[in-house]
Write a protein that binds this ligand. Structure first.
Ligand code: SF4
Length: 345
């Protein structure tokens, strides 16, 4: 099994620091639950859940940090946060149309760790690791081991951006880009900052939600130092994910001049009701985050049980429009390989 953690271990520039010298968020990351039985035990799920959890874990390893675990109701197998992280036997089912690389990203990688699909912006895989492994992730089969560049390989990506003056935005993605150390990120952002035609730095991350302590002074230091306009696109699927610690982290980001947006995935059994989606938008706004996209599921192998049919998705959004002001409405979109932008449904 190739996993994100094993890919990370192969990185030549990985900082192997003893736990005592790590930032608090790194300690949480290192201590995340990676054993499916332990996850079940901690959440008081009985032994009938073990075989399915182990089967799913064999395909895509379990990873849940304590800060996220604390927001899951013990003993409730239908908890919307648990459903996002608990491996299931269904993940082994082959479903027609569900594939390893649903967005065909391998076709658009001009350099290791660089994806150039859309006009004006490029996406850099800044870290192969995630703080949490989401069962529906469209990159659950992504070959991170081939896309975890060393600094020398970063130079190739940076040269691609330098040469193409039509690129105005660099998007840090992953994995989760904020799983990289602040030293690595500061190095990379400093070089992006020096490319005159770049205007914006966008960061796609789930870490401030999963481990809010990630938004610490060291991160705010390099983020505040760049001249680039800063946009952070968080990934939150349910209102219960936003606790007071997440709100405090978001406030620090806003104070540092970061525009906060959110993208969610419409997931069966997690947020597929008007009530859940409305509560999410309301809670996002309380945290200073604007709803941006509501994605329909990308057809990635192992995630078919999360699918919500297009007709149901449209009905949900119509219902949502009746209860929310326009500025709290996310755009319902699908990503279609080869299209120049997301496709509204
Ligand atoms: S944090 Fe994002 S990239 Fe990582 S597993 Fe979850 S959805 Fe995928």
């Amino acid at each position: 099994m190739i996993t994100r953690s094993s890919a990370l271990l192969q990185r030549p520039d990985r900082e192997a620091r003893p736990l005592s010298l790590q930032a608090r968020w790194q300690t949480q990351l290192a201590r995340a639950i990676r054993d499916p039985r332990e996850l079940c035990r901690r959440l008081r799920l009985d032994e009938t859940f073990w075989p399915g959890a182990e089967r799913g874990h064999d395909l895509f390893e379990v990873r849940v940090p304590e800060a996220y675990l604390a927001r899951i109701r013990p003993g409730d197998p239908s908890d919307p946060l648990l459903r996002q992280v608990l491996p299931l036997a269904e993940e082994a089912l082959a479903t027609p149309g569900y594939v390893a690389d649903p967005l065909e990203e391998a076709e658009h990688a001009p350099a290791p760790g660089l994806i150039h699909k859309y006009a004006g912006r490029v996406l850099l895989i800044a870290s192969p690791a995630c703080a949490v492994n989401c069962r529906y992730c469209f990159r659950r089969h992504f070959p991170y081991e081939e896309n975890a560049p060393s600094r020398a390989q970063w130079d190739e990506s940076l040269e691609h951006i330098r040469r193409d003056t039509t690129i105005h935005e660099a998007i840090l993605s992953g994995g989760d880009p904020l799983a990289a150390s602040d030293r690595q990120l500061a190095w990379l952002v400093e070089r992006l900052d020096a490319i005159p035609h770049l205007k914006r730095l966008r960061i796609h991350t789930r870490l401030p939600v999963v481990i809010p302590e990630r938004i610490d002074d060291a991160l705010l230091g390099w983020l505040s130092a760049t001249r680039l306009q800063k946009v952070m696109v968080l990934h939150i699927n349910h209102a219960n994910e936003i606790d007071e610690a997440v709100i405090a982290a978001c406030r620090r980001l806003s104070d540092a001049g970061v525009t906060l947006l959110n993208q969610s995935v419409l997931l069966r059994g997690v947020n597929d009701s008007v009530e859940a989606l409305a509560a999410l938008s309301e809670r996002l706004f309380e945290a200073g985050i604007l709803p941006y996209y509501l994605h329909v599921l990308d057809p990635v192998a192992g995630a078919a049980h999360f699918d919500v049919a297009d007709l149901d998705a449209r009905e949900l959004v119509a219902g949502l429009r009746e209860v929310l002001p326009g500025f709290l409405m996310p755009r319902l979109v699908r990503e279609i390989p080869g299209e120049r932008s997301k496709t509204p449904l």
